[in-house]
Write a protein that binds this ligand. Structure first.
Ligand code: C2E
Ligand code: C2E
Ligand code: C2E
Length: 91
């Protein structure tokens, strides 16, 4: 369901991200680094990302947004409040 109330934010833990195995976390690490560069936001320990970015990451990881959100939470890189946050638009 979309957008009646503001959805909880998607917040990446950039420090936790650095400690993950690059073979799994590499695409997410590169994506987050790209957003930091675009914003000029290099000092944060966290990075708030767009809902759309989770959908893009789901394509990159070949997962549903729901599954990928749960995986990122289990890795400790995404705030648990994000669970169920991303609107699923299966195509
Ligand atoms: P843009 O999408 O054209 O956004 C231009 C500016 O509008 C942003 O500059 C920011 O000041 C503001 N803005 C747009 N959407 C939001 C929002 O949801 N929240 C806030 N707080 N501000 C918003 P900024 O931050 O310097 O970003 C420059 C460009 O870098 C953006 O141009 C976009 O192309 C890219 N970018 C930055 N952050 C993200 C991101 O999280 N995801 C994606 N996909 N692109 C991003
Ligand atoms: P919040 O969204 O809960 O963020 C809490 C703190 O986490 C922020 O404190 C900031 O230190 C950090 N933080 C969150 N997302 C990012 C990020 O993408 N990059 C970086 N570098 N740090 C991040 P801060 O800056 O004192 O902001 C306090 C509160 O003020 C925020 O709580 C938010 O509710 C609001 N706020 C601050 N800046 C913006 C903004 O550009 N747009 C909007 N919509 N709200 C903002
Ligand atoms: P959202 O697109 O899901 O973005 C969630 C959060 O990611 C934003 O919270 C902001 O912290 C960060 N973010 C996303 N894009 C950018 C960006 O280009 N630059 C920067 N610096 N941060 C970004 P925020 O700011 O509280 O915005 C909440 C929601 O409000 C956004 O959710 C979006 O739906 C809407 N929004 C805010 N500003 C803009 C804008 O300039 N243009 C549009 N189209 N929507 C915006």
């Amino acid at each position: 369901a979309a957008a009646a109330a503001a959805p909880p934010r998607l917040i990446l833990d950039l420090e936790a991200l650095q400690h993950l195995d690059a073979s799994e976390a590499g695409p997410l690490t590169r994506y987050a680094a790209t957003i930091q560069a675009q914003r000029g936001d290099y000092n944060g320990k966290v990075l708030s990302i767009r809902q759309d970015d989770m959908r893009t990451l789901a394509v990159i990881y070949d997962e549903s947004p729901t599954t990928l959100t749960e995986r990122f939470i289990s890795w400790g890189v995404l705030n648990p409040e994000a669970k169920g946050d991303v609107e699923v638009e299966e195509t």
